[in-house]
Write a protein that binds this ligand. Structure first.
Ligand code: NAD
Length: 263
């Protein structure tokens, strides 16, 4: 196959994206649709799910809280009905979690972050595997980790701990599922331009008594290329991992961050 063909995922791939109705998940959904994929998204924001499904005919959706086991079961009922199987699972849903010192963090906020960012990914992976084993070209699973899953991130301990855990989950599942022709990788976005990052910068600025602009400049200084990454660039890395060009890649954590060396 030509290099260009290798870089394009096969048309008709059946893709499930968690937290897929906005942000990075939405960018991934649009990218897959542009390659002729059929995409099912789940998201806690039912209005955003409905808006996406009416805007893009190749997308179906389920309103679901990924941290609720009953909702996860409903998502897979819908996936089997809408897609009739699964080739690619993108475990993308995640929340920022609380900002604060370890002695200030409310245990309920810690638990919620672990439920959404880690436990849900286990729930989706365990239900997806029987379907991915049937994928004609082999199954693909991607976990959305973070630069905070390869560097320490003071005052964001629940977030960082869950994002490191996803790398362990991806690398271990890659070993476990390789013989079933299922590839498993993690993607580690850096500082991504968009509303979520704006919220993170604002929370940290407030904590340190700085203006938003001062805090944003401090974040940019941590990036060698002095620019944030875009949602589309993260989506492109996910397409690459799901394409034939990615067929030799499993058990890896891929940084897409313009070289962030410290947080
Ligand atoms: P976002 O907050 O913009 O979007 C997340 C989506 O997930 C939203 O549509 C939201 O409704 C949904 N969601 C949240 N909680 C949910 C739940 N319990 N059940 C179902 N859906 C839920 O976030 P984003 O920036 O698009 O981030 C996507 C992923 O990328 C996350 O895992 C995040 O940790 C990771 N990430 C983001 C950045 C960044 O700078 N934005 C950097 C590194 C990693």
């Amino acid at each position: 196959m030509e290099a260009l063909q290798l870089l394009t995922p096969r048309a008709g791939l059946r893709v499930l994206i968690t937290g897929g109705a906005s942000g990075i998940g939405l960018a991934i959904a649009k990218a897959f649709v542009s390659t002729g994929a059929r995409v099912h998204v789940c998201d806690i924001d039912g209005k955003a799910v409905d808006a996406l499904a009416s805007a893009l005919p190749a997308v179906t959706g389920t309103r679901a809280n990924v941290a609720e086991a009953a909702d996860v079961a409903r998502v897979f009922d819908d996936v089997e009905r809408e897609l009739g199987g699964l080739d690619v699972l993108i475990n993308n849903a995640g929340i920022a979690g609380p900002t604060g010192g370890i002695d200030e963090i409310d245990p309920a906020d810690w638990e919620k972050t672990v439920d959404v960012n880690l436990n849900s990914h286990f729930q989706f992976a365990r239900r997806a595997v029987p379907l991915l084993r049937q994928a004609p070209d082999g199954g693909v699973m991607v976990f959305m980790s973070s630069v905070a899953g390869r560097l320490g991130y003071g005052f964001r301990t629940p977030y960082s701990a869950t994002k490191w855990a996803l790398v362990g989950l991806a690398k271990s599942l890659a070993i476990e599922l390789g013989p079933d022709n299922i590839r498993v990788n993690a993607v580690q976005p850096g500082i991504v331009k968009g509303p979520r990052m704006e919220g993170v910068i604002a929370a940290r600025a407030k904590q340190l008594g700085l203006s938003y602009e001062e805090m944003e400049a401090r974040y940019l200084e941590k990036i060698s290329l002095r620019r944030m990454v875009t949602q589309e660039e993260i989506a492109a890395s996910v397409l690459f991992l799901s394409s034939p060009a990615g067929s030799a890649i499993s058990g890896q954590a891929l940084s897409v961050c313009r070289n962030v060396e410290t947080l």
